[in-house]
Design a protein around this ligand. Structure first.
Ligand code: SF4
Length: 354
C-alpha cells in the first residue's frame, strides 16, 4: 500500500480549479435502440476529479457489471457520456477541436487488460512502441526515436536487447503487459487509466507490473486510475478507492479506511470475499451465495435485492453518499444518523468540513 502518498495532502482529489480531469454528474446509458430496447444504466451520476499536482493512485473497484470499465472508457473519451460532462483541463472533451483532441489522447493513456488485443502478431514489438513516437512526432530522427523507446523500456524494468526485434508470441505475458506500460510512458501522459492490467498474468508477475505502474505515479507524478475487481491489489498500490455497484459509487475514501473499516454492506461483502492466507481459516463468503435477488433494483438503492439490512426507505430513493469521517463516505441509509452530512462528489469526500 502506498502509505507514503497517503500522507501527502496533495494526493487528495482536486477542487474544480486545479483538476486535470473532472467528471461532473456523468451518466452512461446503453440500449434503447430498435434491437436492444431495454435501457441499462452502466454509470449513474458519477462526479469526481483528478488533481493536476501530485496525484495519487485511485482504484475503481467492483464486480463485473459494476460500471468500472465503462467509467474508464468515458474517462478515455472512447465513448461519450449520455448525461453530464467530462472536463479535461477545464474543457468539455466532447467539444475539443482536432489539436486539443490530439493533446487529450496523448495526456490520457490507457493500459488495457489484454495486451494481445493491442499487438498485431505479424509486427515485431518495435512497431507497438514506434507507432506513438511517429504518430505524435516525439523524435526528430530514428536514433532519437530508438533512444526514447529504450529509455521507456528500461523505466519499466525491461532490457531492450530481450524485447526489441521480437514478435509478441516470443515474449512472456508479463513482458507484453510491461511493454504496454512502456508504450503509455513514451507519451509522458498526465493520466494513465489501467483497466485490470494484471488480471491476465501470473501472480508472480503481478507485483512487477504493479511496481512499474506505482513507479509512474511516485517517480513521474502521473495520475493512475486503477480499474480492478481485486481488492488485494487495490490495497497494495492505491491511495484512494471508489467501490462501484451497478453504476453507482457506493463507497469511497482512503484505501486503508475503506478496506479496513468498510461501511457499505457491499464493500463489506467484497472485503469478506478476499481469500485468507491461512489455509485453516475459512475463506470469505462466496459473493454469489449472498445474492438474494437476481438483478439490481431500478428504484432506490441498487444493492437492496442483495442487502441483508434492507429497510423500507431503501427501496424508495437512492441514498446519497454519507460522509463517515474526513476521508470516507458510503452510499447507505444505515449511516444517515451518524454521518457528518452528505457529499455530492467523490472528490468532496476529501474536503474537510463537508
Ligand atoms: Fe442496504 Fe439500504 Fe444500505 Fe442499500 S441503503 S446498502 S439496501 S441498508
Amino acid at each position: 500500500m502506498a502509505t507514503e502518498t497517503l500522507e501527502r495532502p496533495a494526493s487528495a482529489p482536486a477542487t474544480d480549479g486545479d483538476s486535470v480531469l473532472q467528471l461532473k454528474n456523468v451518466t452512461k446509458v446503453f440500449g434503447g435502440g430498435i434491437v436492444r430496447r431495454k435501457l441499462t444504466i452502466a454509470v449513474d451520476n458519477v462526479s469526481m476529479s483528478i488533481p493536476r499536482e501530485n496525484p495519487g493512485i485511485t482504484a475503481i473497484a467492483g464486480e463485473s457489471g459494476s460500471g468500472k470499465t465503462t467509467l474508464a472508457r468515458l474517462m478515455l473519451g472512447i465513448i461519450p457520456a449520455t448525461e453530464g460532462s467530462i472536463l479535461f483541463s477545464g474543457r468539455d472533451i466532447s467539444t475539443l477541436g482536432r489539436r486539443e483532441k490530439l493533446e487529450f489522447r496523448r495526456e490520457v493513456q490507457p493500459i488495457m487488460q489484454d495486451p494481445f488485443e493491442v499487438y498485431n502478431p505479424f509486427y515485431k514489438v518495435d512497431h507497438v512502441l514506434m507507432a506513438p513516437v511517429n504518430n505524435f512526432g516525439l523524435a526528430r530522427n530514428r536514433r532519437e526515436a530508438r533512444d526514447l523507446v529504450v529509455e521507456s523500456l528500461e523505466t519499466v524494468g525491461l532490457r531492450h536487447q530481450e524485447t526489441l526485434g521480437r514478435f509478441p508470441h516470443q515474449l512472456s505475458g508479463g513482458q507484453r503487459q510491461r511493454i504496454m506500460v512502456a508504450r503509455a510512458l513514451l507519451l509522458k501522459p498526465r493520466i494513465i487509466v489501467a483497466d485490470e492490467p494484471v488480471s491476465m498474468v501470473d501472480a508472480s508477475l503481478r507485483a512487477t507490473i504493479l511496481g512499474s505502474i506505482d513507479l509512474l505515479n511516485k517517480e513521474l507524478g502521473i495520475a493512475v486510475i486503477y480499474i480492478t475487481h481485486d481488492l488485494t491489489t487495490a490495497f497494495q498500490i492505491s491511495d484512494n478507492i471508489m467501490v462501484m455497484y451497478r453504476g453507482s459509487v457506493v463507497e469511497t475514501g482512503r484505501v486503508e479506511d475503506v478496506i479496513q473499516k468498510p461501511q457499505h454492506p457491499y464493500t463489506q461483502l467484497l472485503v469478506e470475499s478476499i481469500p485468507r492466507p491461512d489455509p485453516k481459516e475459512r475463506w470469505g463468503r462466496d459473493m454469489a451465495s449472498q445474492e438474494t435477488g437476481s438483478d439490481a433494483s431500478d428504484v432506490g438503492c441498487r444493492f437492496a435485492p442483495r442487502c441483508p439490512y434492507v429497510m423500507s426507505d431503501c427501496t424508495v430513493d437512492m441514498p446519497p453518499l454519507y460522509r463517515m469521517g474526513d476521508t470516507q463516505a458510503a452510499q447507505c441509509y444505515l449511516h444517515r444518523d451518524e454521518s457528518l452530512g452528505t457529499v455530492a462528489s467523490v472528490s468532496d469526500v476529501f474536503k474537510s468540513g463537508g
